[in-house]
Design a protein. Structure first.
Length: 169
């Protein structure tokens, strides 16, 4: 006995969107994390390039590493704030007062995570006594700091402005 046409069509129609749909939907929902990680990587490069430029000028002095860390940190901070504000958390608030408050909060949270970064970088610098290992320590410290900083910025600094603020991480 032949099957009705509608039964045949139902048998070949997909029952669910499939595994790729779930993967792509999950990735799209977490695209702000991908952007955050990419910009963190760029900020790390800016930080290290700035540090190494300063060390080439002041590396022979006892204070050279400290000037380099401060300079690299400042360059990374400004770049990362702009990237996070506009491309990660999609904050379009034009208010100078609100943006000043957000930057102050962003920078204040950055102080705590920067202490972690500096601690790891300086530990590597003093333990291994090499520029390569100082950079390795810097990358490790920055990565730890960025994980903590992302959560602070998402849930506090840009929480009101961010369409991603209520998404789980």
């Amino acid at each position: 006995m032949p099957l009705p046409a509608e039964t045949i069509v139902d048998s070949v129609r997909p029952k669910s969107p499939g595994a790729w749909h779930g993967v792509l939907t999950g990735l799209a929902a977490r695209m702000h994390l991908v952007r955050y990680a990419g910009f963190a990587g760029l900020a790390i490069c800016i930080n290290l390039l700035s540090q190494n430029a300063v060390l080439s000028a002041f590396g022979g002095f006892w204070f050279g590493i400290y000037v380099a860390i401060a300079f690299g940190n400042g360059a990374g901070l400004v770049f990362k704030y702009i990237a996070d504000k506009y491309w990660v958390f999609e904050d379009t608030d034009p208010s100078l007062v609100q943006n000043s408050r957000k930057f102050a909060l962003y920078a204040a949270f950055g102080v705590g995570t920067t202490l972690i970064f500096w601690g790891v970088e300086l530990a590597f610098h003093h333990i291994f006594q090499s520029q390569l290992m100082t950079n390795v320590g810097a990358v490790i410290g920055l990565c730890i700091g960025y994980v903590i900083k992302y959560n602070l910025d998402k849930h506090v600094t840009f929480a009101v402005a961010s369409p991603n603020a209520d998404r789980p991480t």
